[in-house]
Design a protein around this ligand. Structure first.
Ligand SMILES: Cc1cc2nc3c(=O)[nH]c(=O)nc-3n(C[C@H](O)[C@H](O)[C@H](O)COP(=O)(O)OP(=O)(O)OC[C@H]3O[C@@H](n4cnc5c(N)ncnc54)[C@H](O)[C@@H]3O)c2cc1C
Length: 129
């Protein structure tokens, strides 16, 4: 382990992207650890290839099997908390629906000093600019 400059835990949406970006530095040694299965593109399970993401539900090995969550303290029964397991993480099993961020969030991050690319800052969902 000491031979690595960076160790990234989880090869999901964030971890895989982060590891890829870090490994762009020619001198950086990056280890990406994933608890679930890895596979080459041509071996991607058919349930993941299918446009209907619901086909991944109940597929052993593609989800963490024992995660449950309550929305609030009053909720009596915990419901399954679906999280992807394997390279690609939840992005391998999600619906691919795009949801725009709230303009106010981007403004607040910019006010806190975050440097955002202009197209992200200029996204407006209501039409006003
Ligand atoms: C069923 C479903 C549908 C969704 N639909 C949409 C959608 O339509 N549009 C949208 O924008 N978002 C959707 N999402 C949400 C989106 O997929 C997630 O918000 C996003 O993928 C989270 O990225 P992440 O990197 O935080 O985590 P993940 O992508 O979940 O990655 C975490 C990774 O870490 C691994 N890991 C965890 N613990 C360990 C450990 N101890 N050791 C090693 N590896 C570990 C996991 O196996 C996993 O691969 C959906 C999510 C689910 C589950």
């Amino acid at each position: 382990m000491s031979d690595y400059d960076f160790i990234v835990i989880g090869a999901g949406s964030t971890g895989a992207t982060l590891a890829a970006r870090l490994s762009e530095h020619p001198a950086a040694r990056v280890l990406l650890l994933e608890a679930g299965q890895n596979y080459r593109s041509e071996d991607t399970p058919p349930e993941i290839r299918d446009f209907d993401f619901l086909k991944t539900f109940g597929h052993g090995g593609l989800y963490w099997p024992t995660l449950y969550a309550r929305l609030n303290d009053a909720q009596q029964v915990a419901v399954p908390y679906w999280r992807g397991l394997g390279v690609g993480g939840s992005s391998a099993v999600n619906a691919g629906a795009a949801v725009r961020g709230l303009p106010g969030d981007f403004d607040a991050w910019a006010e806190q000093g975050r440097r955002l690319r202009r197209p992200m800052r200029d996204i407006r969902t209501t039409g006003e600019n």
